[in-house]
Ligand binder design. Structure first.
Ligand code: SF4
Length: 181
């Protein structure tokens, strides 16, 4: 399946979710948030086209990463490609950043099966547009205070938005996964 990407797969990110993560940068976003840090990712015809199989190849050995983050742009603009990749990593922690709200994703899911499938595979959605007047450097893994770090599995189960408690201890996660010699 084709996917339009903004840039190559990034490994070892420490700012796109907890731990050391692999980030996939999808091209295309129509939210047009004032003050967006990645305006070059907006153009729906920008970036470059590749195959999802090639992206999976680029991700490579993920055993020393704490998770995968789907970012952009807005990955929701390419749900089917994101879904195909997400399915390859059933046991890896998966975060997704989107300018849509979680409630909007649920509405999309009412009509689009791939949206429902994708939500069922994700651990966390960081939702909502970046709002310049709500910008904060105190909120973890987000740009503005309106954005929420949503525990997808709990939210789907309880049928209401449950925000994730960010009690992250990098030493603990890293020591579980990495071997120092
Ligand atoms: S949703 Fe994200 S990428 Fe899209 S305009 Fe807003 S901040 Fe930028």
């Amino acid at each position: 399946m084709k996917a339009r990407m903004a840039r190559p797969v990034e490994k070892d990110s420490i700012v796109d979710g907890p731990g050391i993560r692999t980030v996939l940068w999808f091209q295309g976003c129509t939210h047009n948030c004032y003050g967006c840090h990645n305006p070059q990712t907006h153009d729906l015809d920008g970036g470059y086209i590749t195959e999802t199989s090639k992206i999976i190849e680029e991700v490579g050995d993920i055993s020393f990463q704490d998770g995968i983050t789907f970012s952009g742009g807005d990955p929701i603009m390419q749900i089917d490609a994101v879904l195909e990749i997400a399915k390859k990593y059933p046991d890896i922690n998966k975060w997704l950043y989107t300018g849509f709200t979680f409630e909007q994703l649920l509405l999309i899911g009412e009509k689009k099966e791939s949206m429902r499938e994708l939500l069922n595979l994700l651990d966390v959605v960081v939702d909502g547009k970046f709002e310049m007047n709500l910008r904060s450097f105190d909120v973890k893994f987000r740009g503005s205070t309106n954005q929420r770090v949503i525990d997808v599995k709990k939210s789907l189960k309880r049928k209401k938005v449950i925000e994730k408690k960010l009690e992250y201890n990098p030493k603990k996660i890293v020591s579980e996964k990495r071997v120092y010699i």
